[in-house]
Design a protein around this ligand. Structure first.
Ligand code: ZN
Length: 405
């Protein structure tokens, strides 16, 4: 067996472990802790000394939700991380911020639709990006003290992956119970405004822990390259492309760098929380590295790699001129990756925000279909859409880039 066949076979085994054997990698869940434990143990077996800083994170389950109006049942879903409820109250509605601002909603069930529900509202404590109109909607709702919310949302893959209807609110720090449903059902419900309706959402929050896993090799920790991938997955998806494949590339690289003792240090980082409302692992990494981002000469982040159609893509963020030249030679000329546009939704943005150059690695197909695909965050993100042969190729390209730094 050739060494490359061996790495493809390993990729298959890692993929099976992360997506099949482990029952979901959502932050705060047992599966998530199994995944970080497995990642850490595998690094140890490959001669690394991983660290596992911990943070608090809630897990969440729902046995379902239903809304009844005038004896008729409507299909609704508990919003992820929402509190549950069983409440009968008057239904009122708001389609935009002006309507919401004058609505007296205390004790009522509020139907949010139209303009208010076109895009997912950023979680209250999400600091990286939080538009003013999102914060206004949330503040107005909290001040208004409604009993519960029904959110009728459209199709918006840019902010919700491929999910429809998408949860307008996905925030464990927001305490008004909420459910979400389709635009069509929202339109039907408008007929019942002013009437009493009953909303049951059988959801519970479960407190737990999560871990980042990081490990370092090389002589000079004061000058390092961080190769990262998020290990968590959205609830309800095997998270094969998003982002078991990224984690697998880290493990392959760990094996290739087993005996690494170069001058520039290499840090492997499995971040935990990219697909979780409060991005706790990323926040923890930032607080731990607050004063040392200037030591990071490059971040290479893998997210969405290894799709079975098309090849790999690389996007460059603020590389110094000579490094940019090397990156084109390594990823473009030698390894045949496609140079994609810059895209913001990924952990590379953290490094960019802190002034570090970054390279984001993903699949060409996703960059071409970013706004129309319906795979991300759904059960369709399954190992069957992965081409395991691409993963050793990505690890080898990253290894070549490391050697140039
Ligand atoms: Zn991702």
């Amino acid at each position: 067996m050739k060494q490359s066949d061996n790495l493809v076979e390993k990729s298959r085994q890692y993929l099976q472990m992360l997506c099949d054997t482990i029952p979901g990698r959502c932050v705060g869940s047992e599966g998530n802790r199994m995944a970080t434990g497995y990642f850490s143990e595998t690094l140890k077996s490959l001669g690394w000394e991983p660290e596992s800083p911990a943070f608090d994170a809630i897990d969440w389950t729902s046995k379902g939700a239903k809304l009844t109006a005038d004896g008729q049942e409507f299909s609704v879903h508990s919003s992820p991380y929402s509190r549950g409820c069983d409440t009968e109250a008057t239904l009122i509605a708001a389609g935009n911020l002006q309507e919401l601002e004058v609505l007296r909603m205390e004790g009522c069930i509020v139907l949010l639709h139209g303009e208010l529900a076109v895009e997912q509202l950023m979680p209250k404590n999400f600091v990286f990006y939080n538009p003013e109109h999102h914060r206004k909607i949330i503040a107005r709702l909290e001040a208004g003290k409604p009993a519960a919310l029904v959110c009728a949302t459209g199709f918006n893959p840019e902010l919700a992956g491929g999910v429809y209807p998408f949860p307008l609110i996905e925030d464990g720090d927001f305490d008004i119970p909420s459910v979400f449903t389709t635009e069509e059902i929202g339109t039907q419900l408008l007929k019942y405004t002013g009437e009493k309706v009953r909303l049951v959402s059988d959801a519970v929050r479960i407190p737990g822990k999560g871990y980042n896993i990081t490990a370092l090799k090389g002589k000079n920790a004061g000058k390092r390259i961080v190769v990262s991938a998020h290990i968590d997955a959205k609830k309800g998806t095997p998270g094969a492309i998003d982002n078991a494949t990224g984690v697998i590339v880290l493990l392959l690289l760990a094996e290739m760098l087993r005996d690494y003792n170069g001058d520039t240090a290499v840090e492997l980082a499995a971040f935990n929380g990219e697909d979780y409302y409060a991005v706790p692992g990323q926040m923890l990494y930032i607080s731990e590295n607050q004063d040392s981002f200037d030591q990071i000469i490059l971040n290479i982040n893998i997210d969405g790699a290894g799709y079975h159609e098309g090849g790999s893509a690389y996007s460059l963020f603020d590389l110094p001129e000579n490094m940019e030249h090397e990156a084109h030679l390594v990823f473009g000329s030698s390894h045949g990756f496609w140079e994609g546009p810059q895209w913001p939704q990924g952990d590379h943005s953290i490094f960019v925000q802190y002034g570090c150059p970054a390279i984001a690695i993903t699949s060409e197909w996703f960059l071409h279909n970013m706004y129309t695909q319906r795979i991300t965050h759904t059960p369709g993100d399954h190992p069957r859409i992965v081409n395991p042969e691409q993963l050793p190729a990505i690890a080898e390209a990253i290894l070549d880039m490391i050697k140039k730094c």
